[in-house]
Design a protein around this ligand. Structure first.
Ligand code: GRF
Length: 251
């Protein structure tokens, strides 16, 4: 196991700058904005970028006065040129190798090693399956089609392999008898909206240490995290690890 790397982020008294990358509806972006508004997440979305000019996530950003930048990937001669422009725009909005983080929220493009090197240990992703099961574009649907009895979602650091980097947090839900893939995906998405802001909050507080494939969550100041297993009532059971803290629990 490689030595622990504490990620030198500022304390929670500062607003942690985020660049959010979307390709679609941006409901995860919205959940991040909502947690910022509630005071639970000490962060600030500085810019939202999309490779799809009609992504509703860009509209969500514009409606809040957040810079929203459309970069159609087909306009660029190479993947490297597209990623280099994204790095330039993100840097211009105050997120760089030392400050803030890049949040992939339904961004449907693989990133180049050059992009990842521009933000070392500062790019995170959410995936609608319990990785390493069901990586790829349709994680929740693939899990439902497979007939799993437990499904869920994962927030992880991004590395050069798709849906592969060290895991920060996972949440699981039972697949209910007779439930279609869409219904299961909707229940998973509701949990995504809790675990992603929570993970970003830990990142903002400098509480995540990467040790090889393992991510260690350092102790909270206060209050203590919720227990490992949390049950949202008989109708909507779920399990999450590490436990969600107050302010991030499902409603
Ligand atoms: C989510 O299911 C996320 O896990 C996956 O893409 C979807 C994006 O949804 N990576 P939204 O655009 O945030 O609503």
């Amino acid at each position: 196991m490689s030595p622990a790397r504490e990620i030198p982020f500022p304390g929670c008294h500062m607003s942690f700058p985020l660049a959010v990358l979307v390709s679609g509806g941006g409901s995860n972006l919205q959940s991040i904005l909502d947690k910022i508004d509630s005071g639970a997440l000490p962060a600030e979305v500085r810019v939202v970028l999309s490779n799809k000019p009609d992504a509703y996530g860009l509209t969500r950003a514009r409606e809040r006065g957040i810079p929203a930048v459309a970069l159609p990937h087909a306009d660029f001669p190479t993947r490297a040129a597209f990623d280099a422009e994204m790095v330039r725009v993100i840097n211009a909005h105050g997120v760089d190798a030392k400050v803030g983080a890049v949040v992939l929220a339904g961004f449907m493009r693989m990133l180049t090693p050059e992009f990842l090197r521009a933000f070392p240990q500062r790019v995170v992703n959410i995936h609608p399956a319990l990785l390493p099961s069901f990586p790829g574009t349709h994680g929740a649907r693939d899990a439902a089609d497979y007939g799993v009895r437990l499904a869920g979602c994962t927030v992880h650091f991004v590395d050069e392999i798709m849906d592969h980097g060290p895991v920060i947090i996972q949440a699981a839900v039972p697949a209910l008898p007779g439930e279609g893939g869409d219904a299961l995906a909707a229940r998973i998405l509701a949990l995504e909206h809790c675990i992603y802001p929570q993970a970003i909050g830990w990142l903002a507080q400098g509480r995540l240490a990467i040790e090889g494939r393992h991510v260690r969550l350092t102790a909270p100041a206060a209050p203590a995290a919720a227990p490992l297993a949390s049950w949202g009532g008989a109708e909507r059971p779920y399990l999450v690890s590490p436990g969600l803290e107050p302010g991030f629990l499902p409603r």
